[in-house]
Unconditional design. Structure first.
Length: 252
């Protein structure tokens, strides 16, 4: 029996890792929208900030990739992997903020007649890009809190550690809600500006490039009518289906 446990346990670890990795979704940074004409003579401090945040992002991405590789081999825990993913998401936010700040600086120094609309649009799209990352951070915080709840039930962690995990999740929820409210406020500000009424303020949604399957032409050959059958068919008995169990959300 002992040898059987030793064989089965690693298999369970690998299957668990594969399942968790499938839901991990780092969000790559996007280029600011709308595009602002390049100008190498202005916003030099902001350009240096992009370089700094890019270096931090590259470090966080490397740490995440290494942790993911260890996790897939069963050499790192899911907690370690998700901490690395959270660090990567925070680096993504910082890099996005730096890029948008530099673009806003170039817009301010430029002579676009729609400068005010560009400024409002940059902030709106910065927030929209951040929202996607905030949702991932909220997911990770909830995962950590759920694990803490399970550990607390067995006495493996203290009440203080459980409270800290719950607070971290609640903060992540509020931070996501704050970004959503800012997006609503920014859209209202754009709508209230007559000069921006027809301005394309939000990043266009990518169009699908999936090719359509050509339809097969219908045959024009006349078909021979078939004689109607008169043999009655016996009704097939239907097998009752069992109701599916409903999932329940973990208690907070």
């Amino acid at each position: 029996m002992k040898s059987l446990v030793k064989i089965v346990a690693p298999v369970i670890v690998v299957l668990t890792a594969a399942t968790a990795v499938a839901v991990a979704a780092p969000v790559p940074p996007k280029a600011p929208y709308p595009d602002v004409p390049a100008n190498a003579d202005v916003c030099k401090v902001e350009k240096l900030e992009i370089q700094k945040q890019q270096a931090k992002y590259d470090q966080a991405k490397g740490d995440y990739d290494r942790t993911l590789a260890l996790y897939q081999r069963g050499a790192a825990s899911v907690e370690t992997l998700e901490k690395a993913e959270a660090a990567l998401h925070n680096a993504e936010i910082a890099l996005n903020n730096a890029k948008y700040a530099e673009a806003a600086c170039r817009n301010k120094a430029g002579n676009d007649p729609k400068k005010a609309c560009v400024d409002l649009s940059l902030e709106l799209n910065r927030l929209i890009d951040e929202l996607a990352i905030r949702k991932e951070l909220e997911r990770l915080a909830r995962n950590a809190y759920d694990r803490a709840l399970n550990l607390a039930r067995t006495g493996a962690i203290s009440a203080e550690e459980l409270a800290a995990a719950k607070t971290a999740w609640q903060v992540a929820v509020i931070e996501r809600q704050q970004v959503e409210q800012k997006i609503t406020d920014q859209r209202a500000a754009i709508a209230a500006n007559p000069a921006c009424r027809d301005y394309p303020s939000e990043r266009p949604t990518p169009t699908s490039t999936t090719p359509t399957t050509p339809t097969t032409p219908t045959s024009t050959t006349p078909t021979t009518p078939t004689s109607p059958t008169t043999t009655p068919t016996s009704p097939s008995p239907t097998t009752p289906t069992s109701p599916s169990p409903t999932s329940t959300m973990p208690t907070q």
